[in-house]
Design a protein around this ligand. Structure first.
Ligand code: PNS
Length: 161
């Protein structure tokens, strides 16, 4: 039986840390569905469509990585996609509390859905969307933190608007 994991997130922006989890996730699962959350309450830099498009460009032609978006409860989306695994990355101890809360909430909502955590490789553990935004808006290089396409789109958004 092929095993599929849903890797959900805001991906605003998508980082090299996220890529690290996907690269390693596909060594454990047959397929990883990168699921971009449609979170109306969050003020995002990129629209949902922009985030999905960036990911589609990055994973074009890949059979083991699918890009999708979802609205509503994550557990419902996971069931809809015919799996029971949520993949999440954890960078630092400070991520733990948030991730624990979310995994427990999801378990309460659907006890069949399991969250699998991977610890982000240490070279990516300092990367966060707030650091990226600050570096780019101050005209610094974020190439070690985000893929090139993300950096160029961030520059357009944060410096040319
Ligand atoms: O990258 P993020 O912002 O940490 O991702 C958080 C995300 C999108 C995975 C989380 O907010 C989520 O699952 N949202 C969907 C709504 C939901 O299911 N909420 C209940 C569980 S907390």
């Amino acid at each position: 039986m092929s095993k599929v994991a849903v890797y959900p997130g805001s991906f605003d922006p998508f980082t090299r840390g996220h890529m690290n989890i996907i690269d390693r996730g596909i060594k454990v699962f047959d397929k990883v569905i990168v699921a971009v959350a449609h979170n109306k309450s969050k003020n995002t830099i990129f629209t949902l469509e922009e985030r999905v498009q960036i990911l589609q460009t990055l994973f074009e032609g890949r059979k083991d990585v699918e890009v999708d978006s979802f609205e509503g409860l994550l557990v419902d989306y996971v069931v809809k996609r015919g799996t029971n695994v949520v993949l999440r990355g954890m960078r630092t101890v400070s991520d733990f509390e948030y991730e624990l809360q979310m995994a427990l909430a999801n378990k309460t909502l659907n006890n069949e859905v399991e969250t699998v955590f991977m610890v982000t490789d240490s070279e990516f553990s300092h990367i966060s969307s707030s650091v990226i935004k600050e570096v780019v808006s101050l005209n610094g290089s974020a190439s070690h933190m985000v893929p090139d396409i993300v950096e160029s789109k961030l520059r357009d958004k944060l410096l040319n608007s």
